[in-house]
Design a protein around this ligand. Sequence first.
Ligand code: SAH
Length: 355
Amino acid sequence: MRPDLLDLTPARFAEAVEAAGGSREHARKLQRRLYSASGQQRAAGLGPLFALAAGVPRRVGAALAERWSTAAPEVVRRQESAVDEGTVKMVLRGHDGALFETVLFRNRKASGRWSLCVSTQAGCRMACPFCATGKAGLARNLSASEIAGQLLIAREQVPAGERIANVVAMGMGEPLDNLPATLDALEILASPDCLGVAADRIVVSTCGHVPGLEQLSAHPVPVGLAVSLHAATDALRNQLVPLNRRYPIARLLETLRRHPLRPGKWICFEYILLAGVNDADTDADALGPLLAGIRAVVQVIPYNAIVGAPYEAPSADRVREFAARVRASGVPVAIRASRGPDIDAACGQLAGGSQ
Ligand code: SAH
């Protein structure tokens, strides 16, 4: 199989075009042509696609098309939420049969704008006991084109005149456990010659992969950061987020304190609420002091039920009380309304269609 052009960051795309006898300007035009094409146009092949690129000699497009290919993951299932208008989950299949999911949400506050939750791995090896993805283990890493390409597929679901303005890497997988492909995908998502999503509208969520965070901090695309905290003590976090045994809370927070946050930006700390496990008053009270010195916002996520996990969500009243106590402890707080529970599209429910 020829390598996939959609895997290339702009710099590497330019090198490929130079090798095909073209200039940097040709590269920009060809890359724009590739990313603005519909799925149907791409499926017709790179030759015909590049032949129509204005201002690029035909021989350059043809030479590029000879060396490279492009393949998008196939949509094997599409489900729309009945309880949550504007939530669409798609199960995708890679060339080798690996299954992964992408979830599209209509923004409730900004009309005509959509958010996309992308997967970075087929499965996950972090093994958090409350998460359906973790239960199945890791099938494989996704490539940059499979990660960023979820937007190419999803945007065909969005009505004309509307667009996907936000991308969160909060689907299946631990993005920082698949760092090279994730970083390339972030560049492709953010580049105006590719997918053109504003970098500060892209969020990467991690369960606390410290070496990955260090590399992300040094990466040129200034994306937003979310961290799945879920507990304020190592004893509890070791159980809920097994990676904590390798990178305990103090080490994680020290790394986050060094993360270059742009002015006006915050690190979002996700906190799943499991009744009787991590939702006591003392848990809430600990969060403010723990996160002192970090521009932090806590996002409380009431547990979404998954098959075979021994947890329950607290009552809505308890969720509000917990959030109020977190706020009183000194950190701003929001409650995340998970979308599309009827189609297993909510946080933690993505299992690649295997459930
Ligand atoms: N691996 C990354 C990306 C997953 S993001 C991370 O851990 O951050 C998905 C978010 O949903 C994480 O905060 C995750 O802990 C949370 N989550 C997982 N299972 C859940 C469930 N059953 N109910 C609610 N949230 C869940």
